[in-house]
Design a binder for this molecule. Structure first.
Ligand SMILES: O=C(O)CCC(=O)C(=O)O
Ligand SMILES: [Fe+2]
Length: 339
């Protein structure tokens, strides 16, 4: 990997302060260009992070045999071992809405001594992330203008739910060049909230195809738009390709929280959102959320969220053929539709 890289400058939204019009504009701009921004004053203390980190570190230090008791099997994706996403990636999933129960089920299998510390912490983290995700989606809808949030926040987003992935990256000890910890992918969520430690490594791909570093910024969380919101917003918000590269021979831990529509949700951008600023083309056919998830899961090239086929290939109208795309595998499902 020898491409030259640059850091991307993303706006920081102070979520504890009343919203200014200027913050909404820079947010809308960042979400259209990068699909990424940062959140400060999110209300999660350093202490909570260091306790989650300590317990997660203990958990990932257990033997493979112990961890493999959690999966992977076709019915359970709780634990993803090394060599599925990459040789250096493993993760533990904690499902909402009952984060305590989900974490405790794993803890009971993994740890000899019964303790609820891990599950209590994840319950707290899950509920904070839920509140934050709701706020973020509302703010994003506000940034679209025309009172879109008043009309559509409650009716469209009230049944969203989340899950958390605790990810442990362990690069080889003799690391000469950087390696990919998690390959290029887009998220299938509405929004994802990531906490990365000071080691960094998260990169976003620009529209021109250049990899840009998202440098860790103390005390902030990273938010990125996922495929579901890209489709719902008719691409007013971009679900960008991103990846994780490991540049130092040290462990990296991250917490990725995915806020998603319910499985049976039909995704169709409202007319007011499609029209926007003179944009009259509907870029996606209506589709059911779980059908897209299945499409990604069943698609060899889409395995583990690697980009190959994305929501554009699944439900994009032919309006997309005029767009930026350097994806050679565009599969147009139907002809252009106008509202
Ligand atoms: O580990 C990270 O920083 C990002 C993880 C990620 O992109 C994902 O799990 O979808
Ligand atoms: Fe991701």
């Amino acid at each position: 990997m020898s491409e030259s890289k640059t850091c991307v400058e993303l706006p920081i939204l102070d979520i504890s302060q009343p919203l200014q019009q200027s913050s909404l504009s820079s947010l809308a701009e960042a979400c259209k260009t990068w699909g990424f921004f940062l959140i400060s004053n999110h209300g999660i203390s350093r202490d909570v992070y260091s306790r989650i980190y300590m317990l997660s570190h203990q958990l990932f230090s257990l033997s493979s045999d112990t961890k493999l008791q959690l999966g992977p099997s076709s019915s359970s994706k709780t634990y993803i071992p090394h060599f599925i996403a990459s040789p250096f990636f493993e993760s533990l999933r904690v499902d909402g809405p009952n984060y305590f129960e989900s974490a405790q089920t794993s803890a009971n299998i993994l740890f000899d001594q019964q303790s609820s510390e891990f599950s209590e912490l994840l319950k707290e983290y899950g509920s904070k992330m839920t509140e934050l995700s709701k706020k973020i989606v509302e703010v994003l809808l506000m940034s679209l203008g025309n009172g879109i949030e008043k009309k559509y926040y409650e009716s469209e987003f009230k049944n969203c739910d989340g899950y958390l992935r605790i990810i442990n990256y362990s690069p080889p000890e003799s690391l000469e060049d950087e390696v990919e910890g998690l390959g290029m992918h887009t998220d299938m969520s509405c929004v994802t909230i990531v906490y990365q430690d000071e080691i960094g490594g998260l990169q976003v791909r620009s529209k021109e195809g250049k990899w840009m570093d998202i440098t860790p910024c103390k005390g902030t969380l990273i938010v990125n738009v996922g495929d579901m919101l890209q489709a719902w917003s008719n691409e007013k918000f971009r679900s960008s390709e991103h990846r994780v590269v490991l540049k130092q021979p040290v462990n990296r831990l991250s917490l990725a929280f995915f806020w998603c529509f319910e499985d049976e949700k039909m995704i169709l951008a409202p007319d007011e959102v499609v029209v926007g600023e003179g944009d009259i083309m509907r870029l996606y056919e209506p589709f059911v959320c779980s059908d897209y998830v299945k499409f990604r899961e069943n698609n060899e090239r889409g395995k583990f969220e690697k980009v190959g086929f994305t929501v554009k290939d699944f439900a994009g109208t032919s309006s997309h053929s005029n767009c930026d795309d350097n994806n050679q595998n565009m599969k147009v499902l139907s002809s252009c539709s106008y509202i």
